[in-house]
Design a protein around this ligand. Structure first.
Ligand code: PHE
Length: 332
């Protein structure tokens, strides 16, 4: 049977209506769709109204399919309306045409980056990187390093002690130097190590002091090591970190575990800025660890990577490193 004009319209109407319904996703759009297709003056209603002009046979066929379509569209409409109501993201609030944004990727902390650069410079000169405990015994933090209980140098370190019922000799290490003693106790010479890690001091904070900070310790012990080796190694380090023409100065300084002791400064825009303490390992420290101080000599050094990073990156306050502020951290 050839299809009639009107029943073709029902088919077309169905195609139009269902595709328009699929693309209507806000409640406003759905209401507009309902008015256009199912409303009193809507397109389906006018098809039904036009049935009167058809002959009886066609009227039956077209009438039946138009009514089926109405039922179908009503139930599709209800379904879409439910979806629109329950959608968690308000319909229309996602702009799919917005250009993509970079996902926020994590990165290495600026202290970690600096530590890696420093340890790598020494690794390339034959030093091995090792780590040690942040919770330390008084024995390693002080005694083994030639700082006995009554020694005034203990006052330089504002120590954070760990409360323990059973013992009173546990602390948060005030420097990484205890690893000098730990390494020598466990290893026969020659020794060449760098030791990065966190240290803690009971200290009021300001732009250049934190109660937590990192240090990188260094230790080289062997037969025949001299002060010239210390200077050569640390000069080379300064060149690698601060550039080939960097001026360096050594001055006498006092640390109980070295003799002689020095501090090393670099020339920074015409000013001398101290970047580390260093010296020849004190014979007592060698002996305490079981080394023969007639046979072996060595040098040690200790520096603060945050301090070096502050110089290199024009950072004016050390507290930025531990404030967890992304505006700071993402600049690295
Ligand atoms: N441990 C010293 C400090 O924290 C630094 C240092 C290390 C000095 C090794 C000499 C040798 O100040």
């Amino acid at each position: 049977m050839p299809t009639t004009q009107s029943s073709e319209s029902v088919e077309e109407l169905k195609i139009d209506a269902t595709s328009a319904l699929r693309s209507a996703d806000s409640r406003d759009q759905l209401e507009a769709w309902r008015v256009e297709y199912l409303g009193r003056k809507g397109r389906l209603t006018s098809v039904l109204r036009g049935l009167g002009s058809l002959d009886i046979e066609q009227r039956k066929v077209v009438g039946a399919s138009a009514n089926r379509l109405r039922a179908e569209l009503e139930s599709l409409f209800d379904e879409r309306l439910q979806q629109a109501k329950s959608a968690r993201v308000p319909a229309g609030s996602i702009d799919v045409t917005l250009p993509g944004r970079k996902p926020a990727l994590g990165g290495l902390h600026p202290s970690t980056q600096m530590i890696r650069e420093i340890t790598q410079a020494f690794n390339e000169m034959g030093f091995q990187t090792i780590e040690g405990p942040e919770i330390e015994l008084e024995r390693y933090n002080f005694d083994m390093l030639n700082i006995p209980a009554d020694h005034p140098a203990r006052d330089q370190f504002d120590t954070i002690w760990v409360d323990q019922d059973s013992r009173d000799d546990i602390l948060l290490r005030t420097h990484t130097s205890p690893m000098q003693a730990r390494v020598m106790e466990k290893t026969d010479p020659p020794v060449r190590v760098v030791v990065p890690g966190k240290c803690y001091r009971y200290e009021a904070t300001d732009a250049t002091h934190e109660w937590q900070f990192n240090q990188v310790e260094g230790l080289a012990v062997d037969e025949g090591i001299t002060f010239a080796d210390l200077k050569g190694t640390l000069y080379e380090f300064a060149r690698r970190i601060f550039g080939p023409s960097r001026k360096v100065r050594f001055r006498c300084d006092y640390f109980p575990f070295v003799e002689p002791g020095v501090d090393m400064s670099i020339d920074w825009n015409g000013r001398w800025i101290e970047i580390m303490g260093a010296g020849m390992v004190h014979p007592k420290v060698l002996e305490n660890a079981g080394y023969d101080s007639d046979k072996y000599t060595g040098f040690a050094f200790g520096m603060g990577p945050e301090r070096i990073s502050m110089l290199r990156n024009d950072i004016t306050d050390i507290r930025h490193f531990f404030a967890n502020d992304l505006r700071f951290l993402t600049q690295f």
